[in-house]
Design a binder for this molecule. Sequence first.
Ligand code: ZN
Ligand code: ZN
Length: 130
Amino acid sequence: MKKTPEEIQEEKELHPNWYNGTYMSPEHPLAFMGYIIAEPQSYMKPDTYRLCPRCKGHGGWILTYDAYGEGRPFRQLCSVCNGQGWQALKYLCTSEDGIHNFVFDEKLGNCYNQYKCTICDATKKIDSSD
Ligand SMILES: [Zn+2]
Ligand SMILES: [Zn+2]
């Protein structure tokens, strides 16, 4: 049985650390198969950006292979760097690894939610309708 996008979204909100559950985490040796490490954009100076610690610069990873048929994996866009592979130093969390732990905070509208970091209280708003 495959999960619908709605079921997956619900699971993500119920389990903020869902990526360590039934799906492959970025620590999985095959999670980056087919990915390349993103070149930093010209505005990403070494003193203002760092290689994303979660996706190791790949911008995302594979959650499950063949999720949509053979050779069509279900992918996770990295939320730490928004798929860029590089993380802005000015948005780092106060946590040791600089990664926020965003959890669902407030529903702002249809498919529009606010997430809040449990460590530093930073917030971000996500429109999941697109
Ligand atoms: Zn990343
Ligand atoms: Zn934080």
